[in-house]
Design a protein around this ligand. Structure first.
Ligand SMILES: [Zn+2]
Length: 129
């Protein structure tokens, strides 16, 4: 329990008051003047040095290999394997069940993989071969 240390403005007597007395008035035991206990200044907080923003992982493109996706799509496209590969499990299953949308869906995927507009489950386009 830290007490507030302050001087009586009237007689300069050094006084102490319990912390919860901050802001209250009390008579000085020495001279009897009613004095206000100063609100103890909070310890100056060290200005927080702005933490550098966390290194953002490369969000612009997928870490998945375009080559792998293209090969999966080319040979196993109707099974939706390339979608499983990039984490799109849901649509991969759907693609598998529809046999690649009767080949059309997987063909479109193949074209998108080859043109670099096919994206992984985070929506990042596969760009690296
Ligand atoms: Zn006093």
């Amino acid at each position: 329990m830290t007490d507030i240390n302050f001087d009586c403005p009237h007689c300069q007597q050094n006084l102490e008051a319990p912390l919860e007395m901050a802001g209250d008035s009390l008579p000085c035991p020495t001279c009897g003047t009613l004095i206000q206990v100063p609100v103890k200044a909070l310890k100056a907080e060290r200005p927080r040095t702005a933490a550098p923003p966390p290194e953002e992982p490369e969000m612009s493109k997928s870490p998945k290999s375009r080559t792998a996706a293209a090969l999966c799509c080319l040979f196993l496209g109707p099974l939706g394997i390339h979608r499983f590969y990039v984490g799109k499990i849901g649509s991969g299953v759907a693609q598998c069940l529809t046999i690649g949308g009767l080949g059309i869906w997987s063909l479109i995927d193949l074209i998108r993989v080859l043109t670099g507009s096919f994206s992984d489950k985070e929506g990042r386009p596969l760009q690296a071969w």
